[in-house]
Design a protein around this ligand. Structure first.
Ligand code: DTR
Length: 343
């Protein structure tokens, strides 16, 4: 090829790629974000993470790309909040219960007030956060908030009365650990990601958590018994590094903001459905026995757990929060969202 021909060929090629890029046909993302999560990819915090990634990439027409890190590959359950603030990950999913004292306001939903679904608890948590804009999230941008389905006991031995709980080592975290203590069990505190090993080694005889883990961690295999007490729920937040948020183009910020409540409720709905599926799975594969505590037993449990909201009120007041108002607002919202979602 003559040098002249080569030159014009090369220039045409350059022009072709320039046109392609400007037309958006081949568009590199303008914004790349990392998103860390602590439990394995198959669990609900990661399922919702992948859904958020998909929605964001579609709604920004590829302008944003999100790289996800499930299974504590970037940050773990305990350093998630700090890690996001330090910029180790741009976005992170955390469970408020794993860091006692750090989230004095949003842990109000952790109190045993009788939530019956993840979706209703999620809607309540989201509205409370929106209304009170608590200081605990002042250094980050909140992208979603959700709560688990109510917690129940999964164990290697049958539990059909409070007596059966006496001295039994069970795993829980935060508010759930307090539940176990008040019911006479021995709470062993650890994040969910450390629980499979503890069960395997026999360090604990079961756990208090939402029941979708029967399937997602296959706890049904070792814990063939469930005691239904619908104790309380665990609150979660998805947070973003503040500087990264501030640097986002406005149209991208709008996409994230518009998605926040929808994503939160989507997660609640996903979880409620997944709990039903997990129970069916455990029954079919492991003949899981499910014991429903009687109304009289549940009343006794409620009595035993009654110090918990009082303690929350004291702690929240000491943290400078309008504690009683928040508690009352939670109960009002709970009533209306339970009517809307749990019938
Ligand atoms: N119940 C809390 C939170 C929780 C429930 N399901 C999962 C799955 C993966 C991680 C955390 C959770 C707990 O027991 O830690």
């Amino acid at each position: 090829m003559k040098p002249n021909n080569f030159c014009s060929c090369f220039c045409s090629l350059l022009l072709f790629f320039a046109v392609l890029l400007s037309s958006g046909a081949v568009q590199a993302a303008d914004v790349s974000l990392t998103y860390a999560n602590f439990p394995p990819a198959s669990t609900f915090p990661c399922v919702q993470m992948e859904r958020w990634k998909k929605e964001v990439e579609a709604r920004t027409q590829g302008k944003v790309s999100v790289q996800t890190f499930p299974g504590s590959t970037l940050l773990n359950a305990k350093n998630m909040f700090e890690g996001v603030q330090q910029g180790i990950a741009d976005i992170g999913c955390l469970c408020m219960s794993y860091q006692p004292g750090v989230f004095p306001m949003t842990t109000v939903v952790e109190q045993p007030v009788g939530f019956t679904s993840s979706k209703a608890a999620t809607a309540v948590l989201f509205d409370l956060w929106k209304k009170y804009q608590p200081k605990e999230f002042a250094n980050v941008k909140v992208l979603a908030l959700f709560a688990t389905a109510p917690t129940n006991i999964m164990s290697t031995q049958a539990i059909t009365s409070l007596k059966d709980l006496n001295g039994l080592e069970l795993r829980a975290s935060g508010g759930a650990a307090k539940v176990l203590e008040l019911l006479g069990a021995v709470p062993v505190s650890m994040p969910m990601s450390e629980t499979p090993e503890a069960l395997q080694k026999g360090l604990v005889k079961g756990l208090l958590s939402s029941l979708e883990v029967l399937k997602d961690f296959n706890y049904a295999e070792s814990c063939r018994h469930v005691a239904v007490i619908n104790a309380q729920v665990y609150p979660f937040a998805v947070v973003m590094n503040k500087d990264k948020w501030d640097a986002l183009p406005q149209d991208v910020q709008k996409v994230f903001d518009d998605l926040a409540k929808e994503q939160s409720l989507w997660t609640g709905e996903y979880m409620d459905k997944h709990v039903t599926e997990a129970i069916a799975y455990a029954k079919e594969k492991y003949s899981e026995s499910i014991y429903d505590f009687t109304p009289a037993q549940l009343q006794k449990i409620a009595q035993k757990l009654s110090p918990m909201p009082h303690k929350w009120l004291e702690d929240a007041k000491a943290a400078g929060l309008p504690a009683q108002e928040i508690m009352n607002e939670m109960l009002t919202l709970k009533k209306s969202y339970s009517r809307q979602f749990d019938q």
